[in-house]
Design a binder for this molecule. Structure first.
Ligand SMILES: [Zn+2]
Length: 372
């Protein structure tokens, strides 16, 4: 679409997530503290001090808010376009995407099934049946990364509770943006993902080269705590994505790069530009790694644990349809929920003990240095 083609390629800022991240770091002490906690937990997973305890696939309920200006009817995208997006997410986060076969040989062993799936919500926050799609008219011609689309008061749509649903807003974005997400640990009322309607799904208004549904895959990667693969250090090679199995790379890649593309002395294989967390065209990105899965696990068993617990309880959820589910399933659903909560509490206790041990270790070290 013309919105981003109007910008020369090198200066395109396709994803606004880091703008939001830096804004929140500047504005909110709570966010800074939350992010420190989240990073600490992710590091524990990465270094093997903690291991994931979740088993099986987690299904995240999704609500799609289509915020459209009646003056541009195309913005009111069809249900089919939304369903095409959900399909792509369920391929990409399960490593079931057909193009995963294009991963270069050296990195094939790193390909990870994230074991997260997405389903349009079937019950709204009040328990009423829904198709998981909310359509809202707006007087605004476009939105930016300042979250106007996330509130009715600013011409957008209010979120559903963000600890129970992944809120996906689809609208017209300006500034050359394809989308943006809020990392875990941010304010609940702006938690979610925003995607440009013409970079959403694979049908309808979706336009090449962003018609593969990968903008949402990338942004939900951020929502599950993944950083850009180049570490957002503007080519300095000094910062990475805090994932060990993705090579350090200088900057973002765009278009359809040829393998290998070496930067930051990362030869012979070079940048992992085919990772969903780079900026290449939709048909040129097709993998998450095992290290990225560990960060997602840390997030799902930490800040976003409500989805894990709710998921385990899911068999008991649709009380509105009596008789359709065996009593055993309901009972086991509740048992699973209780044991999950216990396990998470137990984990928290363990983490606290570990942190105390760390502090003792440091005090010992300091004592030896300066005391003895
Ligand atoms: Zn991004």
């Amino acid at each position: 679409m013309t919105e981003y083609n109007a910008f020369p390629a090198p200066s395109r800022d396709l994803c606004g997530t880091m703008h939001v991240h830096r804004r929140l770091l500047n504005e909110s002490m709570t966010y800074r503290a939350q992010r420190a906690r989240i990073e600490n937990r992710a590091l524990q997973y990465e270094t093997g001090r903690r291991a994931s305890v979740r088993s099986g696939v987690v299904t995240i309920p999704v609500v799609v808010h289509v915020v459209h200006n009646p003056g541009t009817p195309a913005q009111n995208i069809a249900d089919a376009q939304i369903h095409s997006q959900i399909d792509v997410l369920n391929w990409d986060f399960r490593a079931a995407n057909p193009d995963v076969s294009r991963v270069p040989d050296p990195w094939k062993p790193l390909v990870a099934d994230i074991e997260v799936e997405f389903a349009l919500a079937t019950a709204d926050p009040h328990g009423a049946p829904t198709d998981g799609i909310v359509r809202v008219e707006t007087g605004r011609t476009e939105f930016d990364s300042h979250d106007g689309v996330k509130a009715a008061a600013s011409g957008g749509a209010d979120p559903w509770p963000s600890d129970q649903y992944l809120n996906l807003w689809v609208c017209q974005l300006g500034e050359g943006l394809l989308g943006y997400a809020q990392f875990p640990g941010g304010p609940p009322h702006t938690d979610g993902v925003v995607v440009l309607h013409s970079a959403f799904g694979t049908t309808g208004t979706a336009a090449a080269p962003y018609d593969g549904g990968r903008t949402a895959t990338h942004e939900i990667g951020h929502w599950l705590d993944l950083f850009h693969i180049w570490g957002d250090d503007d080519g300095a090679c000094s910062n990475d994505d805090r994932v060990a199995d993705t090579p350090n790379q200088a900057g973002s890649n765009v278009g359809k790069p040829a393998f290998p593309h070496v930067t930051c002395d990362n030869g012979p294989n070079g940048d992992m530009f085919m990772n969903y967390m780079d900026y290449v065209d939709d048909d040129s990105m097709f993998m998450f790694t095992r290290g990225q899965r560990e960060r997602v696990d840390a997030c799902l068993e930490g800040t976003r644990a409500s989805f894990l617990v709710a998921h385990r309880a899911a068999p008991a959820a649709p009380a509105a349809a009596p008789g359709t589910r065996p009593v055993e399933a309901q009972a086991s659903g509740y048992v699973a929920q209780d044991s999950d909560v216990e396990r998470l509490l137990h984990d928290t206790e363990r983490l606290t003990r570990e942190a105390l041990t760390d502090i003792h270790d440091v005090l010992d070290l300091v004592g030896h240095r300066f005391g003895g």
